[in-house]
Design a protein around this ligand. Structure first.
Ligand code: KG4
Ligand code: ZN
Length: 334
């Protein structure tokens, strides 16, 4: 019999609900993005995000059930993002999931957001399995995790300052691309010259850690110097050069980790893995090093609920269950 999980995601500015069968087949995936609304403010306004989740979450759940052709009684588990994320935003999803679990009598499962990003790979790759190295790159995270099996998981590299997505969003805003910066910078750099501007790359010997603050400062210096000289930077070239630098650092550390661990499987996860420069560079590097690369389609890289339902299925199979004491864990580390 198939296990049907319902996923709910509200950790940041997407309200989402999805229904997934056996953690691998998406029956429905509804995403209501607030990005357009927050772009007026240049970034996510936490209180407004929570208020918008409150308005949209139940319609999202209703639509996800309708599209999937399932009713609450067909669902085996109600899975919800428990953290990390914005506390008020997370609480909306968690409260809704508790309500649904209470009325349906179905188990409640709180799911880690980072586990969900990685689990997106199960939705599209039949042969994706442990052991693997995961590069998790989002607005709040940049880490390399080695997953040996479902009980042995280790963060082997992490950023010592900014997340890659944060470094991209900040500079995108300064060069006038607005919010959300990642996709806008990706598009702006498409035909740009990626050697036009030169930025520092930071590596740490004997470590897979990252640092993007020096790069961010160097970018700000170039912009400030141009402003003082009454010159304009070329946004397309600047975007292409900046994204190339970030991608090269992400690729080099990920490949180094795979070779070091003698692990020939690498997966990408998180919003920044939607970036076209990173995807191309990683595909090339993996081919050169005989590493099998897994990455989700663009719509499953950024926040969605299908990945929550997929990760929830894995938790469900391991026997994980939560009760009404489930609470938001805004700073959850995996
Ligand atoms: O995973 P995600 O949707 O939310 C978090 O968990 O943080 O990731 C959002 C991040 C943002 O920094 C956004 O700018 C970045 O992912 N992003 C991209 C692209 N699409 C989203 N960065 C670069 N290129 C993209 N195409
Ligand atoms: Zn995310």
């Amino acid at each position: 019999m198939k296990i049907i999980t319902l996923g709910i995601e509200s950790s940041c500015d997407e309200t989402a609900c999805a229904v997934v069968s056996d953690g691998t087949h998406v029956l429905s995936s509804v995403i209501s993005s607030q990005a357009g609304f927050h772009s007026t403010f240049g970034g996510v306004v936490p209180e407004l995000a929570s208020r918008m989740h409150v308005e949209t979450i139940i319609p999202c759940v209703r639509e996800a059930l309708e599209v999937s052709g399932k009713s609450l009684s067909d669902i085996d588990a109600i899975c919800v993002t428990k953290g990390p994320g914005l506390v008020g935003a997370l609480l909306v999803g968690i409260s809704s999931a508790k309500g649904l679990s209470e009325v349906s009598g179905k188990p409640l499962i709180g799911v880690g957001h980072i586990d969900s990003h990685v689990a997106a790979n199960y939705l599209v790759h039949d042969d994706f399995t442990e052991p693997y190295v995961a590069l998790i790159v989002s607005g709040g995270h940049t880490e390399i995790v080695y997953v040996q099996d479902d009980r042995h998981k280790e963060v082997i590299g992490r950023t010592r300052d900014d997340a890659a997505g944060e470094a991209i969003d900040k500079i995108a805003r300064v060069i006038g691309l607005g919010y959300p910066g990642g996709p806008k910078m990706d598009a702006a750099g498409k035909d740009g010259d990626s050697s036009a501007y030169s930025f520092p790359r930071t590596f740490f010997p004997e470590s897979f850690d990252f640092s993007f603050s020096g790069l961010k400062t160097a970018a700000l210096n170039i912009i400030n110097q141009a402003t003082m000289a009454n010159k304009e930077i070329n946004v397309s070239d600047f975007s292409a050069s900046y994204l190339r630098t970030i991608s090269e650092v992400l690729v080099e550390n990920s490949i180094k980790a795979c070779l070091n661990l003698n692990c020939r499987r690498l997966c990408l996860a998180g919003g920044v893995s939607a970036n076209s420069v990173l995807r191309k560079a990683m595909i090339r590097a993996c081919e050169q090093n005989q590493i099998k690369l897994y990455y989700p389609p663009i719509e499953l890289c950024t926040d969605n609920a299908a990945m929550v339902a997929a990760a929830g299925y894995l938790y469900y199979c391991k026997g994980v269950r939560d009760d009404l004491s489930l609470n938001a864990q805004p700073s959850l580390r995996q």
